[in-house]
Design a protein around this ligand. Structure first.
Ligand SMILES: Cc1cc2nc3c(=O)[nH]c(=O)nc-3n(C[C@H](O)[C@H](O)[C@H](O)COP(=O)(O)O)c2cc1C
Length: 272
């Protein structure tokens, strides 16, 4: 009810402003729905952060038969579903997606893709023609492959930007997410313009050490070699984009070294 009154007020204010030049007109507040699927609550935490920042409504996508919290058990069920081409049923959404201007769509990355519950949602046609901001959490993967899949599965979808936060970096949400929300015009603030990355070059011994340190606590990356690197200075330190190689597979690995006594960490691995 409170929200409805606010929208009414916004509407009245905008009507009152119609005589102003177009450039001075306030844009109508966008109605936002944060929709997310989460098994072990990491994506839920990110969804709640976004909701807290941008307002609107929030709802979980729930499997009728919930996935177990145990990684191996969920992975086994997911593999079976993939093999059988069987989509899990989801509970009907309470929100009417057509009431919203922007849908934040959150999910954990599974096998570099989105979980099958999202596929079930897509099959209902709910996302057709919608403005969607995909957001994800993962152990290491970037959101890139899942967004490509989303665009392929829903050709009418409008995706402007998308982002992913590694589950071990959930204490850096402000640093990693606010920039995206500012770009979308959903929160106030100004993003500093970041320079382009340098040309790719051979990494120095110091950069190789920093690269290896960034995934020292992530066994899946063990043995990954730094092939080349580009970097850029940012107000908070240095960003690196490494090309890494592991067992013949090449990948882009994004590493940040903040100023001061903060260990380097990787923010995403793009294996596409
Ligand atoms: C079946 C399964 C597959 C996964 N595949 C990947 C993967 O390909 N890349 C990755 O970085 N993390 C992967 N993860 C880790 C999850 O993306 C990560 O733990 C996520 O933050 C969990 O989100 P949730 O707590 O909202 O369920 C996988 C997890 C599960 C259960």
């Amino acid at each position: 009810m409170k929200k409805f009154v606010l929208y009414m007020l916004a509407g009245l204010l905008m009507t009152a402003c119609t005589s102003q030049p177009k450039s001075q007109e306030k844009e109508k507040a966008k109605k936002v729905l944060v929709l997310y699927f989460s098994v072990t609550n990491t994506t839920k935490q990110l969804a709640e952060y976004i909701h807290e920042k941008v307002g609107g409504d929030i709802e979980a996508i729930e499997a009728v038969n919930p996935y177990p919290a145990d990684f191996e058990a969920t992975a086994a069920r997911w593999q079976e579903e993939l093999k059988a081409n069987a989509l899990p049923d989801i509970k009907p959404l309470k929100a009417n997606i057509n009431d919203y201007d922007i849908i934040f769509l959150g999910y954990p990355i599974w096998g570099d893709r989105y979980p099958l519950t999202i596929k079930t949602l897509i099959k209902t046609g709910a996302l057709n023609g919608k403005v969607v901001v995909p957001f994800a959490t993962s152990g290491s993967s970037s959101v890139k492959q899942s967004v490509a899949e989303l665009k392929k599965d829903v050709p009418t979808i409008q995706v402007t930007n998308a982002f992913c936060v590694r589950s071990v970096l959930m204490d850096k949400l402000s640093l990693l997410v606010d920039r995206e929300l500012i770009t979308l015009g959903l929160i106030e603030g100004e993003n500093e313009v970041l320079p382009d990355y340098s040309e790719m070059r051979e990494p120095t011994a110091e950069e190789v050490a920093l690269f290896e340190q960034s995934f020292a606590d992530y066994p899946r990356m063990a043995g990954t070699k730094a092939v080349s690197v580009a970097s850029r200075n940012t107000p908070r330190g240095i960003d690196y984009k490494f090309v890494g190689e592991n067992n013949g597979a090449k990948m882009d690995i994004f590493v940040t070294k903040e100023k001061g006594d903060v260990a380097p960490y990787f923010t995403a691995v793009d294996r596409s």
